[in-house]
Design a protein around this ligand. Structure first.
Ligand code: DC
Length: 250
């Protein structure tokens, strides 16, 4: 007698038993790197939602360390104190409804970490090796199981060089400044487009020229220019690449 078993749910495996059911899809690590305002957050969030993956905004972690350094009057050049701070903070990226919330030692810092001065301070403190090591370790712990979309500056080059899918997202500086400006203008009254462009260019320069883990495209990353392209188009292109990679991985 032939017995056919169909099972859509994962089976509990007891020692010596054979699993029956559809093969489990491999949970990939997806890396998105690129300069500020390239659309990494919007696209990363939409992509994670589409794949049913967890979205990890690593820039929010550098921003949180910067905010806490400012609050506790830690000198931006004091690597020892900044490293201690980065290692000791309990940073949680949580999702309440559609919005990403950032908690630091239980305090909601979601809004506070987005101001222009914290953007520049985050870029400055991210040059420090000890700060990077502390945060990279946390990021690896969060992502190593797969099923994640991580966005930042060094994900494909340093944090997960073996990520199955890597993207480098870019757009022209004027468009990136415009996006940042629109994002900020909704929350803060006193922002100017010209100042936002200056901030974006300064951060590009900081992040691309620093000695440790500078922003650069990983050799095996797919380059996507998001200038004048919709979020849907970019997500669609990424999803196609990921599908191909997932098939190659088996
Ligand atoms: O992605 P963001 O703009 O929120 O990041 C803020 C700063 O943090 C950015 O200017 C550089 C730093 N950063 C980094 O060095 N490495 C990352 N993986 C993410 C951000």
């Amino acid at each position: 007698m032939k017995i056919l078993l169909r099972c859509d749910k994962p089976l509990l495996l007891l020692h010596g038993q054979v699993a029956v059911g559809p093969p489990k899809k491999k949970q990939l690590i997806v890396a998105i790197d690129g300069p500020s305002g390239a659309g990494k957050s919007t696209v990363g969030r939409a992509l994670a939602k589409r794949l049913g993956y967890t979205y990890i905004d690593t820039g929010a972690m550098y921003r949180t360390v910067a905010l806490m350094a400012k609050k506790r009057s830690v000198d931006r050049e004091d690597e020892t104190k900044l490293t201690l701070l980065a290692s000791s903070l309990h940073i949680v990226l949580s999702r309440k409804t559609e919005e990403l919330h950032v908690l630091c030692d239980g305090e909601d810092v979601t809004e506070a970490i987005r101001s222009p001065d914290i953007s520049l301070l985050a870029s400055d403190i991210s040059k420090k090796q000890g700060v990077r090591e502390a945060l990279v370790q946390k990021q690896r712990e969060m992502g190593e199981g797969g099923g994640v979309v991580l966005e930042g500056r060094d994900i494909g080059t340093v944090v997960f060089p073996n990520a199955e899918a890597k993207f480098y997202l870019d757009a022209n500086p004027e468009e990136r400044a415009k996006r940042r400006f629109e994002e900020l203008a909704g929350k803060q009254a006193n922002v100017e487009l010209k100042e936002t462009l200056e901030e974006v260019l300064k951060r590009d320069n900081n992040d691309m020229t620093r000695a440790i883990s500078p922003l650069r495209k990983a050799d095996d990353a797919v380059f996507i220019d998001s200038t004048r392209r919709s979020v849907e188009e970019v997500v669609e292109e990424m999803a196609r690449v990921i599908k191909r990679r997932a098939a190659e991985e088996g």
